[in-house]
Design a protein. Structure first.
Length: 321
């Protein structure tokens, strides 16, 4: 069932993508903010309870609905429920419009518009960064987004589907990512969250994303330049600020022989008088150009197809067995 649910969700999401602002995403953002505002007491044990209410609570509800449909109504309705959950948790179109808009601006020679779109997408201060740096940041943000919106959800849904808990894995992964992102924000929700809750959210996210990020990097290595991707993983992952993200970006750089890493962009809270040099040194490879966007898209889609084929084979083996 997992293969068909993932495939149908991807096809549906490509045909009829959810709008960037919709009731489901708005409700989840409000839920994350409300739980933090209501239960965050600023102590470690309470922070874990708050995180559990935020993430595990909704995931258990989705599993309760799944079991009710599967055992009380019929497996077909359970499949439809799984497709619906994957439709809102998994998909390229949740972020690809940013990538497409910036790529079109660069192809048209409008670097000013590309910088504005990049700043709007990531809520950062772009300044007058050169053409290659625009491309580099777009590729890095896009690959991380592809992992979090597609491969990470794909991994946990497929793995937990083996024991009948696929929807639980997909919801937990996306809500964990959403909670840590919202609670780390310097303004709005994040400014009202205690340091204990921020720390717990970061720990939970790093733990939950540890294995999926390495499976994503392995997928990029298999469908790209394997030796170079693995070399980048071993020797350059530490060049990036975040451990899990670093593995993905280092493997991406090696897989298509492109230079990634370097100074990161400033967020609005950064001191404008102090240049931001975080992000470590760059990986070896070619200077990023607009032509590399096509290679990035190809790398991602080849990886999707590879994992779909693997899940299909596992599904067939399970049915035969």
């Amino acid at each position: 069932m997992s293969f068909f649910a993932i495939l149908l969700a991807l096809v549906l999401e490509q045909a009829r993508p959810l709008k960037a602002v919709n009731l489901i995403y708005t409700s989840m953002n409000r839920w994350v903010a409300w739980v933090a505002r209501t239960f965050d007491a600023g102590v470690q044990h309470q922070a874990w309870i708050t995180w559990g209410i935020t993430v595990i609570g909704p995931a258990l509800v989705t599993m309760l609905v799944h079991w009710t449909l599967e055992w009380g109504v019929g497996w077909l309705f359970a499949v439809i429920w799984n497709v619906a959950l994957l439709y809102v948790t998994l998909g390229f179109r949740q972020f690809s419009h940013h990538f497409t808009a910036i790529r079109e601006a660069l192809e048209n020679g409008d670097e000013t518009l590309a910088r504005e779109l990049l700043a709007e997408w990531q809520q950062v201060q772009v300044g007058l960064i050169p053409h290659s740096e625009i491309v580099r940041h777009v590729i890095e943000y896009s690959m991380i987004a592809a992992h979090r919106h597609v491969f990470g959800v794909f991994f946990w849904y497929a793995v937990l589907s083996i024991v009948g808990l696929g929807p639980f894995g997909a919801v937990v992964y996306r809500l964990t990512e959403l909670a840590q992102r919202r609670w780390q924000e310097p303004t709005k929700v994040g400014s009202l969250v205690s340091q204990s809750l921020r720390s717990v959210a970061s720990q939970a996210w790093l733990a939950l994303d540890w294995l999926p990020s390495r499976m994503t990097a392995l997928g990029f290595a298999i469908v790209g330049s394997f030796e170079d991707a693995m070399d980048g993983w071993r020797n350059h992952a530490q060049n990036f600020p975040e451990d899990n993200d670093g593995v993905i970006l280092a493997a991406t750089a090696g897989a298509i022989n492109i230079r990634l890493g370097g100074a990161s962009l400033q967020t609005p809270k950064d001191d404008d008088d102090k240049p931001d040099t975080s992000g470590g040194s760059s990986t070896p490879g070619r200077i990023p150009e607009v032509a590399h966007f096509a290679q990035v898209v190809g790398l991602v889609w080849r990886t999707v197809i590879m994992w779909l084929v693997l899940v299909a084979l596992l599904t067939m083996a399970n049915l035969v067995g």
